[in-house]
Design a protein around this ligand. Structure first.
Ligand code: SME
Length: 158
């Protein structure tokens, strides 16, 4: 695996195409899921400086906190609860420009203002979600959706 990350300046349309091959390099040859999720979270946090980047893993009827970067967070989220639990239930990426306007949002950090949650779908089932939070309003768009969906697709969950 590659052990350095080259941080680039620029627009998201410029950053993601530089970041994705580097993430592939981090994942290459490493079969351990936790190690790989940890490095994906770290790479995204380091490149973008978002408040919180991490994974919740589907464990039975709940999501359980997995590898993340950022402030301490709630450990368990029920299906259909909050942005993460709703993304799991719908098996869809959710972009939330203002978390205070999302009914049932779970405020793990009072600093969080906007959020994107991307489900990790394997064999037709949600296996995990990637949750990204920003302390600024309206920080996520269709570009993040497209590339973050591609990034979670790189991780081998089997
Ligand atoms: N805000 C999330 C909870 C997880 S934390 O932000 C890390 C939600 O409503 O699902």
């Amino acid at each position: 695996m590659a052990e350095d990350l080259t941080i680039i300046q620029g627009s998201k349309e410029e950053i993601y195409p530089s970041l994705i091959p580097q993430i592939k390099g981090l994942l290459e040859g490493e079969p351990d899921l936790i190690a790989n999720l940890a490095n994906v979270a770290a790479a995204l946090k380091e490149q973008f400086g978002w408040l919180w980047v991490g994974f919740y893993l589907v464990r039975g009827e709940e999501l359980v906190l997995g590898p993340f970067q950022g402030p301490v967070a709630c450990t368990r989220i029920k299906k259909g609860r909050g942005v993460c639990g709703t993304s799991w239930q719908k098996a869809q990426t959710l972009i939330v420009p203002d978390v205070e306007k999302f009914p049932g949002h779970i405020a793990c950090s009072s600093l969080s203002r906007s959020e994107i949650v991307v489900p990790v779908i394997r064999n037709g089932e949600v296996a995990a979600v990637l949750d990204v939070d920003s302390e600024l309003l309206d920080q996520f768009n269709e570009t993040d959706k497209k590339y973050l969906e591609e990034i979670v697709g790189l991780v081998n969950f089997s």
